[in-house]
Write a protein that binds this ligand. Structure first.
Ligand SMILES: C[S@@+](CC[C@H](N)C(=O)[O-])C[C@H]1O[C@@H](n2cnc3c(N)ncnc32)[C@H](O)[C@@H]1O
Length: 376
């Protein structure tokens, strides 16, 4: 971690400032291995391979660490030769790369950093964290970037200053927390007045709930990860080609999702110019299937529910960008007297707090290809 980020960090226990108390390995201002100590309560936090660790090593999210430390690279644009991650971020947010220029961005639940590598090419600074050991599978080149800090931390106790980020970004995470509403409130605290919130969730719609993960997960989430993985390697060679074949008929897609418990992203990867080998494309689908079956929590919400949370937290100008999956963007209002932009914001805030704008989703506008890789 670059020591320049110390000013942004706070103790998750007492919100005290942190100092470096051990510089076991460093390179210039880049702390590789060492220790941080809270000036307020004296608690210490290890820094390992540039990553400060603010949580216990094991949690309900261990499966994510397990899968991404096994399949580190497959989903990265920089490895698979596609722009799927970049395109998905820009399409769902409605941002252009220049909208992020010079902005400080807090990425909540970064996993193995598929989004981190893209966001850190566009934004001024990116602070990313995840509860699981998936952070250890982040690309070393990204971890070493001047403008990036990656941490292990809990979304309900984020170890950064309140109201300090221009953008808070949470993509495919909130449904995997035990209490999505609480996680949202926690993240909002770190958005600066005038800043933008990007929130994505799996959708709570009967069509989305038909996915095989919702009937298999109640069993598979209790199984040891190696057992699930082993089962997938047994059924995969049979189910993967069958799904690939049946996917060609559009009318079979919904029954397929429901009945055949295996994903196949082969066609989408090839369509997007993937440079992955045949074997890697198969492994990619094993990873997606494992990811669907093992999370301890999967609590989807509709876009309207997300929008109602934005209203309850006093965010303004919020828009439903997409309905399935649900994506909502909104803004934290400036404080009274800040500037003219605030006057516009205050007028909007006086609207009924429960009002949810029904904006046509991107899919409704025909901008999202039906067959997108990031269906989640
Ligand atoms: C489906 S993954 C999404 C990762 C990444 N955002 C992406 O789109 O590639 C969900 C992530 O949420 C993380 N997560 C779950 N609960 C969390 C919590 N309480 N605090 C931080 N991260 C959490 C998991 O560890 C996992 O990496």
């Amino acid at each position: 971690m670059r020591e320049g980020f110390l000013g942004t960090l706070r103790c998750p226990d007492c919100s005290g400032e942190l100092r470096v108390s051990d510089r076991r390995a460093r390179s210039g201002d880049d702390l590789v291995d060492g220790e941080l100590t809270c000036i307020g309560c004296g608690r210490t936090y290890a820094v390992e391979s540039r990553i400060p660790i603010f949580v216990e090593r094991s949690s309900y999210a261990d499966g994510f660490g397990w899968q991404w430390n096994r399949f580190q690279k497959l989903q990265r644009d920089s490895y698979n030769g596609t722009h799927i991650v970049r395109d998905t971020i820009l399409r769902r947010s409605g941002w252009k790369p220049e909208d992020l220029r010079g902005k400080s961005l807090l990425e909540c639940g970064c996993g193995s950093g598929n989004d981190t590598e893209v966001l850190s090419e566009m934004a001024g600074t990116v602070v990313s964290f995840d509860l699981s050991s998936a952070v250890e599978s982040q690309r070393p080149e990204v971890l070493a970037r001047d403008n990036v800090l990656v941490m292990r931390a809990d979304i309900n106790r984020i170890p950064v200053r309140e109201e300090s980020f221009d953008i808070v970004y949470c993509h495919r995470v909130i449904q995997h927390t035990p209490d999505p509403r609480r996680a949202f409130a926690s993240m909002v605290r770190h958005l600066r007045p005038g800043g933008t919130f990007f929130l994505h969730s799996y959708d709570l719609h009967w069509k989305a709930l038909l996915h095989y993960r919702y009937w298999l997960r109640p069993v598979t989430r209790h199984l040891p990860y190696p057992a699930v993985f082993r089962a997938l390697t047994i059924v995969g060679p049979v189910l993967y080609p069958v799904v690939g074949l049946l996917q060609r008929a559009a009318f079979l897609r919904i029954p397929l999702k429901l009945l055949v418990p295996f994903s196949n992203h082969d066609r989408v990867l090839r369509k997007n110019g993937s440079s992955l080998t045949r074997r890697e494309r198969y492994e990619y689908s094993v990873l997606i299937t494992f990811d669907a079956l093992t999370p301890r929590f999967d609590r989807p919400s509709s876009a309207d529910t997300l929008a109602s949370w934005f209203a309850e937290e006093g965010l303004v100008d919020f828009r439903v960008m997409h309905r399935s999956p649900a994506v909502v963007l909104g803004r934290k209002p400036l404080r009274p007297g800040d500037d003219a932009a605030n006057r516009a914001g205050s007028r909007r805030r006086s609207a009924p707090r429960r009002e949810v704008p029904r904006v046509a989703g991107i899919r409704d506008q025909g901008l999202l290809p039906q067959e997108s890789l990031n269906v989640m």
